[in-house]
Design a protein around this ligand. Structure first.
Ligand SMILES: *Cc1c(COP(=O)(O)O)cnc(C)c1O
Length: 293
């Protein structure tokens, strides 16, 4: 989010987490303490690129303590984690359908609080962009939501409609619970296998993907390539942690017993192939125990 804000003319102070780990609220607090004025605090909720879950409540409290707007990238987390807009005083949340909601990419939605609209309205002019919220408000929302500006992408809209029908039929609470269960089962399975999840604390791990460290001396992509031979798609990490972690994806329709079981057993099988001692039987039982019916 930061580079975009900087391009838009904001002065951005970036607080970085340790590679692939969630942000420490104390580091954000220390950064805020150094600044005379803070207009906006922006954070990613859950990161599907590494499996980290940032501490939304603590970040919300910090934003509130500075009377700053709180902006959240909830693209991945909507449907995967509870997001209470009121409790967390979220001013702007960006959400997407293509992750936990198992819908289309290509369109996204924003939720904007009254406070954020007041802030946006107070700007003397708005950027000439089809993404300008101020322009959408003045020329579309405030004029009674007539024809959408531009040509709506019909296929994405239909796909979104179908995805939301499916979410409604299952119930959003159950969609979230299904992701929580998939994360629990993945973490229990890995531990029973004999390896530790990359994000050590359960409460700091996202429910969308579970990352695991590649053993010393084995490049993660080697393990991923081996798993592909079993027909199981394990994913690499990004940036500084590429090559060091393997991501087990349990997002959207993959938040299920069969996907979790395939991820964990395939990861065990490829480790075993590289002479790492693992207990695949124990891992299977651990996954089953979380899904016990
Ligand atoms: C996937 C994702 C996005 C959206 O990225 P796309 O390029 O649209 O797929 C944004 N934020 C987070 C945290 C994500 O996981």
């Amino acid at each position: 989010m930061a580079p975009g804000s900087a391009r838009g003319g904001a002065t951005v102070h970036q607080v970085n987490a340790a590679p692939g780990q969630p942000i420490e609220a104390a580091a954000v607090s220390a950064c805020l303490d150094r600044l005379p004025q803070v207009d906006l605090v922006a954070a990613v909720h859950a990161e599907s690129s590494n499996g980290a879950l940032n501490p939304l409540g603590a970040l919300a409290a910090l934003a509130r303590s500075r009377q700053a707007l709180f902006v959240v990238d909830a693209v991945a987390s909507v449907g995967g984690h509870p997001i209470d807009f009121d409790e967390h005083d979220i001013d702007i949340a960006v959400i997407g359908a293509q992750k936990a909601l198992a819908g289309p990419a290509g369109i996204s939605a924003v939720a904007v609080s009254a406070r954020a609209w007041a802030h946006i309205d107070a700007q003397p002019d708005f950027a000439p962009s089809s993404l300008s919220l101020a322009e959408l408000k003045r020329n579309w929302l405030d004029r009674g939501r007539l024809a959408l500006p531009g040509t709506p992408p019909a296929l994405e809209f239909w796909a979104l409609d179908a995805a939301l029908d499916r979410v409604e039929a299952e119930g959003i609470e159950l969609v979230i619970a299904r992701h929580r269960q998939a994360a629990q089962a993945s973490r229990a399975g890995l531990r029973a296998l004999g390896v530790e999840p990359w994000i050590a604390a359960d409460e700091a791990a996202s429910a969308l993907v579970t990352s695991v460290r590649a053993p010393e001396g084995i490049h993660a992509n080697v393990l991923i390539a081996d798993a592909a031979k079993l027909g199981v798609e394990l994913l690499p990490g990004f940036g500084e942690i590429e090559g060091r972690i393997v991501r087990l994806d349990h997002t959207g329709l993959r938040a299920s017993f069969d996907a979790v079981l395939a991820n964990v057993t395939a990861f065990g099988a490829v480790l075993e192939r590289r002479e790492v001692k693992v207990d695949i039987g124990a891992a299977v039982r651990a996954v089953r125990d979380v899904y016990a019916i």
